[in-house]
Design a binder for this molecule. Sequence first.
Ligand code: AHR
Length: 394
Amino acid sequence: MKRKILSVLLTAAFVAATIAGCGGSQPAADTAAPAQEAAPAPAAEAPKAEEPAPAAEEAAPAEEAAPAEEAAPAEEAAPAADAGGLINVGFAQVGHESDWRTASTKSAQDVFSEANGYNLSFVDCDNDSAAQLEAVRGFIEQGVDYIIIDPIVSTGWDTVLTECDDAGIPVIVIDRTIDDSDKYVSWVGSDFLTEGKAAGEWLKSYVEKQGIKEVNALIIQGTTGSSAQIGRTDGFKEIADREGWTILDMQTGDFTEEGGQQVMESYCKSYAGKFNVVVCENDNEAFGAMTAMDNAGVTYGPGNDVILISYDACTAGLKEVKAGKITADFECNPLAAPTVEGVIKTLQSGGTPEAKILVPDNWYALKDQIVDFSVDGKAMSMIEVTDEVIEAQY
Ligand code: AHR
């Protein structure tokens, strides 16, 4: 069965909602707001694997292009389950580079279990884009009912997604985005640009509170060309440029602890005594950077030489916030799978899922590092890291 895209009515409705949300990441008044627009829910209330989010009710981030034509038409038949009554799902996962990724994989394996009525073909692509394309083609050959892709990089997808479309297999993209094809049903993930802006706006308020006059920042970026790297870098840089901060260097640590350590070792040699902010684009890079700074005799965390900013806010990251090492941590929620299941259930019942579904994120720090700040004119809230908050995190 070939799934054709686009319902004109849906497109019009989605575009109208997006226009209503322009001027920032403000959603249309009649759509659900991302958690950080109001006071963010405490971590214990963030969606967990066992709490499926309703696929059709989340707001799309306004700054991302709206591939409204991805919606599957309601009138087409949903794939039948296999002879054993199971729905066959192929998942081409990025790899296993970080704590975040481990949580994402576990979430998918928990949700798409046989007990829940699924047969999951899982491929760990080990951060290799060619292997990821091959994995998707393997799923087409297998004839799975649905394909889930977390794209390592945001380009290079047009041909293989056309092949999925030709085979009539609905594709659901999670976490990172795809920029060069619109042949997928839904995207479910976090708003990386807002994460980057939030880190920048927090830093602006924090240095003001501390009376710090100059910001000389080093950035350890994520995997080059991934939308997580692009959004976080662009978001933070936008604030840095506006504030006239100096970004001394930006190099990739590939979202790994080893990569973070290597880049930071080189930074410590090249920029000794010249930097007072380090931005790591995920927690694992921050752990590596901490080792490098320890070895170089650089102190970091509240009250020390360097303000250390991280993203992900996984359990291990929040422990380092609590220990006074990471100064602020900006979450990227890895638990997309329950929402993806909602998308699949909507398709199974002949419905039309939302084209873009935002997984809400929260921002974390210790009490004394919590400051007021806004992103695109909207007030943000932060969550104080306590043992209970860490316990509830993934
Ligand atoms: O795409 C999400 C990013 O990828 C997470 O921030 C990082 O930890 C992971 O490897």
